[in-house]
Ligand binder design. Structure first.
Ligand code: ADP
Ligand code: MG
Length: 716
């Protein structure tokens, strides 16, 4: 009997092709197969008689095949004449045609009783159905089925017997439709699931904790794939979503408790550097920045590691708060590191820090994979390096390169991760997985709804900068048809002549490298011709670090007025004099991404313009998205709208955001379910912190798997 963890190789009815396809989709065992939920269901319950159906309708019919033959018209096809009534009853007759599927002739033949599902067409007074899905209900010649099996077509008939009325898989029921698993038809996947449900040992399917007593997991999965009706399908999904949500909330609650049991560093300072910095700033910290800083310093002073999220809309001034925290850390004798998602951003932070801390005796270093200039970090003698770092703690700014062993910061007291959503949870944890637990501050400018914060960052405390610095220029967002380029260009010319700068963003970076460069270059050429009097720079992800840096420096120093860029400028880039952003094919970007992009302008005192170019017509969904962007600059409102339009899984990207393994993303926005699961989890940990009660044995095991995953993270 198949077990939940039986590997594909041991499932003897899978063909090699099926096995490969599944494995390519990261489906490796019986349970994995069952865990892939149907994307939707198709109602293929038997339809009314043919006479009451209309042209173009999809229908499921039970038919007898009268005759079968190969035919030719333009191309060869296999045609069956079938009907629901007597052979002579023309009104109940239909032609079933299969194109490009030669093996059908081995599966279907005259005399069989079949059910078919497909779209009806009326052709010259005849009903026709092309390439319908089908099932053999009764067949006078079992040999056909053996042929089918030999062909690897999954007309899998459990137990070898003929299908009874209740055992229809592809027709005459609510039929599950799956997201395509590389190279497997929905029909094959459905057959595999069916067969597994028949043959596997239900008691082998376990979950750490049963959040829905009375409705076992296995039963819910069976209902999920082959429900009797819509209500059952809904009930099953809810049950599985709750289980998934609970698992997530429990892991988060458990992590949270764990972190708080660790011994952290106590940061004690006189605020020497902090006061110097603040005094030198040409502006005052906003009240929100001050509040967040207070929260952070309280954490840092406590003997428990800080695990905090600093949230704030684009441009709210998170970096400065982080820098303040870094100064506290350095003053107390430890190194503070800032991890940025891109090299451009790391360089920018580095440059800013150097500027802001000019005149202090602080050491600031930059570490990116593209630059070896700061080779003082990699000393030949590790012991000497260690001593050096202990005597002279530093501010360290870098990219992913900081995560590699040889670059791992020594004597680390505070780790700051900028734009956390660009990193994985694993990378975050890896950064602080030292023996002495450094404080952790993660920053994100992807505002997300409160409940999602609980799910994604529930093990972090949250500080929110809910106020923008004063004196920012207004940002106007306008949606324009690409056909109106002339006016846009003359507007742009005026602004550039007045000394402002502009970004032109294109959704270029995709497909092949060659065509990519070409199109970016072409875009530069185009603008050069349109605005010959200005200098134009080009920035895309495949340039070398040096090229990127040169381009950014030229733009920052206003040697170029126009910067043609891909979305590499999406995060963090900060040039206050740039007041115009033109976004080509705006509808091809996500809403949150557009908001991020727009965050590059409106950083100075001048009025700014974001021009979204799109040919989308009023009423189209992509148009709706762009209109939302024109209405508001509030990141939280935009996030809510984005989740509403696309769903959280798509917005956040499941793998990156730690949402991998989420099969029922609907719970991500189900506030009640999340609070319920969260309460369930915290109650359990409150009542039984060591999880020693017998009913928590599964959860104890689960936490062990969380632990080992954490270990794998820190070494892998
Ligand atoms: P984000 O939150 O998007 O990371 P940044 O940290 O890049 O925002 O800050 C955006 C700009 O605002 C920077 O140029 C920064 O110097 C400036 N800034 C930060 N705090 C203030 C403030 N209190 N008043 C005025 N400008 C500020
Ligand atoms: Mg930032």
């Amino acid at each position: 009997m198949l077990q939940a963890d039986t590997k594909l190789e041991e499932i003897n009815f899978l063909t090699a092709r099926e096995r490969n396809a599944l494995q390519a989709g990261d489906i490796n065992c019986v349970e994995d197969i069952l865990r892939v939920p149907p994307r939707r269901y198709e109602d293929r319950r038997f339809s009314a008689p043919l006479s009451s159906l209309a042209n173009g309708e999809s229908a499921c019919l039970q038919l007898r095949i009268y005759s079968a033959a190969w035919r030719f018209s333009y191309t060869r096809f296999y045609e069956l004449v079938a009907g629901a009534g007597e052979e002579g009853d023309i009104g109940a007759r239909i032609l079933l045609r299969w194109y490009n599927m030669p093996y059908i002739s081995k599966l279907l033949a005259a005399g069989m009783q079949v059910s078919v599902y497909g779209k009806l067409r009326s052709q010259g007074g005849q009903w026709v159905m092309c390439n319908p899905d089908f099932e053999v209900l009764e067949d006078e010649d079992a040999g056909h089925r053996l042929a089918a099996a030999a062909l690897g077509e999954s007309v899998s008939l459990p137990g070898g017997g003929s299908l009874s009325a209740q055992e229809k898989i592809h027709t005459d029921r609510l039929v599950p439709i799956y997201r395509s698993v590389s190279g497997l038809s929905a029909r094959s996947y459905r057959s595999i699931v069916w067969r597994i449900l028949k043959e596997f040992d239900r008691s082998s399917l376990k979950e750490p904790y049963d959040p829905a007593p009375g409705y076992p997991l296995a039963a819910a999965l069976a209902d999920l794939h082959f429900p009797d009706d819509e209500r059952t399908a809904h009930k099953a999904r809810l049950r599985l979503a709750l289980s998934e949500c609970f698992g997530r909330q429990f892991a988060v609650a458990w992590n949270r408790r764990n972190i708080r049991e660790k011994t952290g560093l106590v940061t004690a300072t006189t605020d020497y550097y902090l006061r110097e910095l603040v005094a030198a700033l040409p502006f005052r910290l906003t009240a929100a920045q001050q509040r967040c800083l207070r929260e952070i310093r309280t954490d840092m002073a406590a003997p428990v590691p800080m695990h905090r999220l600093l949230q704030g809309d684009v441009g709210s001034g998170k970096t400065l708060v982080a820098l303040c925290a870094m100064l506290l850390c350095v003053e107390s004798g430890k190194t503070a590191a800032l991890l940025a998602p891109t090299q451009i951003l790391a360089e920018q932070h580095y440059r800013n820090f150097c500027r802001l801390l000019q005149g202090t005796d602080l050491r600031i270093s930059l570490r990116t994979s593209g630059r070896a200039a700061d080779s003082d970090l990699i000393m030949d003698d590790p012991q000497m390096a260690q001593r050096e770092d202990e005597q002279h703690p530093r501010l360290l700014v870098g990219t992913h390169a900081l995560l590699y062993e040889k670059n791992r910061p020594r004597n680390l007291g505070l780790a700051v991760i900028d734009e956390q959503h660009k990193f994985g949870v694993a990378q975050r944890e890896r950064f602080v997985s030292a023996e002495e637990h450094p404080d952790l501050l993660v920053m994100t400018a992807t505002p997300i709804p409160r409940t999602l914060t609980l799910t994604l960052y529930g093990d972090l405390d949250v500080s929110l900068i809910d106020e923008m610095p004063a004196g920012r220029g207004e940002v106007v967002t306008a949606l324009r048809h690409p056909g109106r380029m002339k006016r846009i260009i003359s507007f742009l010319r005026n602004e550039l002549s007045a000394g402002r700068q502009a970004y032109i963003v294109s959704p270029l970076i995709e497909k092949s490298e060659a065509s990519d460069r070409a199109s970016a270059t072409a875009e530069v050429k185009r603008w050069q011709e349109l605005l010959p009097e200005f200098t134009i720079g080009l920035l895309h992800g495949r340039m070398t670090p040096e090229e990127k840096e040169r381009t950014m420096t030229d733009f920052r120093d206003a040697r170029t007025q126009l910067l043609v860029a891909t979305t590499v400028i999406e995060v963090g880039v900060d040039v206050a004099n740039a007041t115009i952003m033109i976004i080509n094919n705006a509808d091809s970007f996500g809403l949150s991404q557009l908001h991020q992009l727009r965050g590059r302008i409106g950083r100075g005192t001048h009025k700014s313009w974001c021009i979204l170019l799109s040919a989308a017509k009023p009423g189209e969904p992509s148009r709706e998205k762009l209109e939302a962007l024109c209405r508001t600059c509030n990141g939280f409102e935009i996030a809510e709208e984005d989740f509403r339009l696309r769903g959280p899984g798509d917005v956040l990207g499941t793998a990156q955001s730690g949402l991998a393994g989420v099969h029922f993303p609907e719970w991500l926005s189900d506030t009640r379910l999340i609070y319920r699961a969260n309460k369930l989890a915290t109650d359990i940990l409150e009542r039984d912190p060591s999880l020693s009660l017998p009913e928590h044995a599964g959860l104890r095991e689960f936490t062990r798997s969380l632990l080992s995953r954490a270990v794998v993270r820190s070494v892998g």
